[in-house]
Design a protein around this ligand. Structure first.
Ligand SMILES: Nc1ncnc2c1ncn2[C@@H]1O[C@H](COP(=O)(O)OP(=O)(O)OP(=O)(O)O)[C@@H](O)[C@H]1O
Ligand SMILES: O=P(O)(O)O[C@H]1[C@H](O)[C@@H](O)[C@H](OP(=O)(O)O)[C@@H](OP(=O)(O)O)[C@H]1O
Length: 289
């Protein structure tokens, strides 16, 4: 990387989304901007590269440049970092080739590391294998089962695996599409053949209707409180046929920061536990951030 550390407002380079990188070297007294090339879907550009973030980046001397996927990557840049979230096989290959040619550029994250995260089975297996507990608490994954096809086989598969209803069903592939974020809930066995494989089935875990979403970048941890599915009781179990679908249960608009909930439920998870979780997951998943 060419530049580390912050620059003052006066020194900061002007970052414009989609702007090309200046090729002539700056005077020695001017700090070079950190150039982040980004290859993101339109949806992600809209949600992520918001004016507030761009203004902050500008202050810090970080320069975002749009990558044109239709042109050779090596002819673009130079970049310090490539930030990407595209899933095609061709793009993964382009990135792998680029990484070999440009080991000095940080690719966030390397395609082979992300493979794990495109599949909920492999992603959650890492959590299940963590076996993490310290003086502050414990991290576990709900019991789960993968169904690849044939919805009519689900009741038998569930019985064989010893999973207890109700079950949540999540698409196996987590590729950033709206469909991949859909969640289904089945209370009774007769509803299970209505599900749509390939999917991961998980035991429903009562958690007081509040979820903590943990964002980790390097050593920085940010936890937010969101509304979630309410607890299930025995009445629900006997009175809900069919499949209940939830598109975005704990999305940003379901903010529960100021909700009037039992402090025992709303209390944030202990930081030392989250620090250990972040470190362990990063190591196991070979992720950079
Ligand atoms: N096993 C479970 N028991 C009870 N509720 C669950 C369970 N798994 C997920 N949920 C609920 O479903 C929501 C979506 O879960 P999912 O695992 O799809 O999260 P996610 O992929 O991290 O979602 P996103 O990144 O889209 O916010 C959670 O926010 C939570 O409210
Ligand atoms: O807004 P929060 O609560 O942080 O939830 C995010 C999800 O965790 C991400 O998985 C979404 O990104 P993808 O849709 O690319 O997976 C991401 O999608 P977005 O970038 O389109 O907003 C968000 O839904």
């Amino acid at each position: 990387m060419r530049v580390h550390g912050e620059v003052s407002d006066d020194e900061a380079a002007v970052a414009v989304v989609g702007e090309t990188v200046p090729s002539s070297p700056p005077p020695a007294s001017v700090v070079q901007p950190l150039v982040v090339g980004y290859a993101l879907t339109k949806k992600k550009v809209k949600s992520f590269l918001q004016p507030k973030l761009l203004a902050l980046a500008r202050k810090k001397g970080i320069h975002f440049v749009s990558i044109d996927e239709t042109c050779p990557l090596s002819e673009q840049g130079p970049f310090d970092i490539i930030l990407h979230k595209l899933t095609s096989k061709e793009w993964q290959q382009v990135l792998e080739d680029y990484r070999e040619e440009h080991p000095e550029v940080t690719v966030l994250d390397p395609p082979n590391a992300i493979q794990h995260l495109h599949n909920r089975q492999s992603m959650l297996q890492e959590v299940a294998d963590l076996n993490l507990s310290n003086g502050y608490g414990e991290v576990c994954a709900p019991r789960q089962l993968v169904i690849m096809k044939d919805p009519s086989s689900i009741p038998d598969a569930v019985a064989k695996a010893g999973l207890t209803l109700p079950l949540v069903a999540k698409p196996l592939v987590a590729d950033g599409t709206s469909k991949s974020h859909e969640l289904s809930l089945a209370y009774v066995e007769a509803s299970l053949p209505l599900l749509d494989p390939p999917l991961v089935l998980q035991e429903f875990v009562n958690h007081g209707g509040i979820l903590f979403k943990v964002y980790i970048v390097g050593e920085t941890i940010q936890v937010v409180r969101r509304f979630s599915l309410p607890d299930v009781n025995t009445y629900d179990l006997g009175n809900n046929d069919g499949i209940f679908r939830f598109p975005r249960v704990s999305c940003a608009t379901n903010n529960a920061e100021d909700a009037d909930v039992d402090p025992c439920i709303a209390e944030l998870p202990p930081k030392p536990l989250l620090e250990k979780l972040g470190r362990e997951l990063r190591r196991r998943l070979v992720l950079r951030s």
